[in-house]
Design a protein around this ligand. Sequence first.
Ligand SMILES: C[S@@+](CC[C@H](N)C(=O)[O-])C[C@H]1O[C@@H](n2cnc3c(N)ncnc32)[C@H](O)[C@@H]1O
Length: 279
Amino acid sequence: MTPALHLLQYLPPLSTETTPKHGLRPLRRHSFSYIKACSNTRNGRTKGPDDYHATLKALNSKGRFPRKSLGQHYMLNSEVNEQLASAAAVGEGDLVLEIGPGTGSLTNVLINAGAYVLAIEKDPHMAALVSERFADTERLKVINEDFLKCHIRSHVLLALESAKSLQVVSNLPFNISTDVVKQLLPMGDIFSEVVLLLQEEAALRLVESSLRTPEYRPINIFVNFYSDPEVKFKVPRTNFFPQPNVDAAVVTFRLKRTKDYPSVTSTKSFFSMVVQFLT
Ligand SMILES: C[S@@+](CC[C@H](N)C(=O)[O-])C[C@H]1O[C@@H](n2cnc3c(N)ncnc32)[C@H](O)[C@@H]1O
């Protein structure tokens, strides 16, 4: 059996399940004066096949079965990707950091919304695949690194000449979501908003302050200290390939500016301070 046929037997039918309608803000239109890593022309936009077919075609072409250890659950529904971009109000000239572009279905929507995308992908095969898919645009820069280990600040500042803010938009691997949140939320000096597709239960735990257990309480304090979080909408598991065992939800974290809270030396010291306070 060829790798492509082997993969095809696992493919779900095209989902007709839609996500609930919600009141998203209209697209914000402001632009950065100049972004070093990308050209500022509009010519690099990519109009390709829809996410379902593009994702499956990309995976099939490489005969590459998704890896569980890397949380590779790919988004098949363009509508969800559109809503993610809308939740972040991605518009013309924005610079967006995407963690884990995978086959590039969300990347495609971000580029078509007018953004320049800096994508960090840990899997070298997927980094190569997404670079290849968007080879004809200068709106994408792919970095093949582990987001949790890379020096994100220097990557971002290299890509952004002026000190204006930018957004993070990502369909995250569920297994690294808490670590990503801990890393990104204190970066209100460079990011204005972080929009993440998370496991639904994790999303509710991070945002719902009414749920109080000793385990999550410090992380709730952390999230509210650095941001104004909001659960936007639920994404049923049937929208992913392979289908995970859980549903997902989109959360927006509007980051507070560093001048709006007392200075904290490190995330580690923040948590030890909170734990001391609570015990
Ligand atoms: C849930 S998939 C999402 C893929 C794509 N964005 C989509 O919506 O279909 C997660 C992606 O993150 C990548 N990834 C996993 N761990 C990572 C890490 N530590 N740093 C960067 N990328 C990672 C995976 O290889 C995979 O491409």
